[in-house]
Design a protein around this ligand. Structure first.
Ligand code: SAM
Length: 372
């Protein structure tokens, strides 16, 4: 593409409406450019597009204190109206274009993806694209009921979030009084449905659930499931994040290693989010996701589609590119592809590498909307 279109300048940077209008103008102008060479596309730092995360709802049945604090996401909170959500047909159409551009892994997320009605139908439609690693991240509350139908629809794997095996700690963190046992039932159902090995996500917060780290590792050791310990991140603006609340990944590994000896393992592929550690006795592995203390922007190959069809090129972005406007504005696939490729080509994000006290306070989208 020959034309270079300025995205933001000093005037738009301080004005959210102007900033959004500039991004809209960018995708519409890019869409109208002559078609570019098909196939994988790289950004300004040479990173290919490999994963697509799709948020299918901004609603959740939990109110995890670090993600959707109840005092913000309360009865008055304005979630997106249904008409704003991408339909399953729209999601599948966009996903196909991403796949043609090199995406081979799609993760459904949210919000809580199992709250989206007939989610199995979407799984079936995406599975119909073929050749995809098709996964879903869930809090597990509805998994016991839905695991089999999701597997039947073509889901490949599932990731379940569980922040503690201690019931009081878990209930306090999910702030919905939801018990550990029900999540474990969901994991068992996923295994029975053939969705194993299950990845288990545990967000670690200093002073809240550090004492759950070793019991969590011990519980899943030898089961084939992989616990991924996640550093608490400054996503969004509502969780009151402070650096002091982060337990660095190195400390998490030290705690586990002291009781259950670990050795580093190679990544499965370039751009894998979690650093892998295997148990020295051969009984499986864990992962640590150190977005705060060991930024992995250099290898970040993830694109994100928000619930209302905006393309985000970073989890910590403040704005996205409106693809729904193109879908509903009669743009054909070639023009939508042009826009997606142009957005990716000019991508320069590396938020976690340049995080400062100022960026922490900058406006950023909420994780429940953009998808975790
Ligand atoms: N509702 C689903 C779930 O609970 O897994 C999917 C969405 S949730 C936003 C996706 C993942 O993001 C979960 O594992 C959650 O624990 C994690 N997460 C949310 N806020 C986070 C934060 N501030 N730092 C680190 N991880 C976070």
């Amino acid at each position: 593409m020959a034309t270079i279109i300025p995205l933001t300048d000093a005037r738009t940077a301080a004005n959210p409406d102007a900033r959004r209008a500039a991004l809209d103008a960018f995708v519409r102008a890019a869409a109208e450019q002559p078609a570019t060479a098909p196939g994988p596309v790289a950004d300004t730092r040479g990173r290919r597009m490999h994963d697509l995360r799709i948020s299918v709802t901004d609603r959740c049945n939990f109110r995890c204190t670090y993600c959707m604090p109840r005092d913000v996401f309360d009865a008055d909170y304005r979630f997106l109206p249904h008409a704003d959500l991408l339909t399953f047909e729209e999601i599948t159409r966009i996903a196909r274009i991403f796949v043609d551009r090199g995406v081979s892994k799609v993760r459904l997320t949210g919000g809580e993806p199992l709250l989206r009605r007939n989610i199995e139908r979407l799984v079936e439609m995406l599975a119909g694209i073929g050749g995809l690693d098709l996964t879903l991240t869930t809090n597990g509350a509805l998994l016991a009921k839905k695991a089999q139908s999701l597997a039947d629809a073509g889901l490949t794997r599932v990731t379940v979030s569980l922040d503690s095996l201690d019931d009081a700690t878990f209930r306090a963190m999910n702030d919905a009084d939801f018990p550990v046992a029900k999540v474990l039932e969901g994991i068992d159902a996923a295994v029975a449905a053939g969705l194993a090995p299950v990845k288990v996500n545990m967000v670690v917060q200093r002073g809240t659930n550090e004492s759950s780290i070793v019991p969590m590792a011990r519980h899943f050791k030898g089961t084939g499931h992989i616990v991924r310990f996640i550093e608490y991140m400054d996503v969004g603006t509502t969780n009151g994040w402070r650096m002091n609340d982060v337990v660095p990944a190195a400390e998490i590994v030290r705690m586990i290693d002291a009781e259950l000896p670990l050795a580093p393992a190679d990544p499965n592929y370039t751009g894998e989010v979690a650093a892998r550690w295997r148990y020295q006795d051969g009984e499986g592995e864990i992962g640590v996701i150190a977005s705060v203390t060991q930024a992995f922007c250099r290898d970040c190959t993830r694109a994100r589609l928000s619930t209302d069809g905006k393309l985000y090129t970073c989890l910590f972005a403040s704005d996205g590119y409106d693809l729904r406007g193109l879908l509903r504005g009669g743009f054909d696939d070639r023009r939508i592809d042009n826009a997606i490729a142009a957005v990716w080509r000019q991508r320069a994000d590396r938020y976690s590498e340049v995080r400062t006290t100022n960026t922490v306070r900058a406006p950023k989208v909420e994780m429940s909307y953009i998808g975790g």
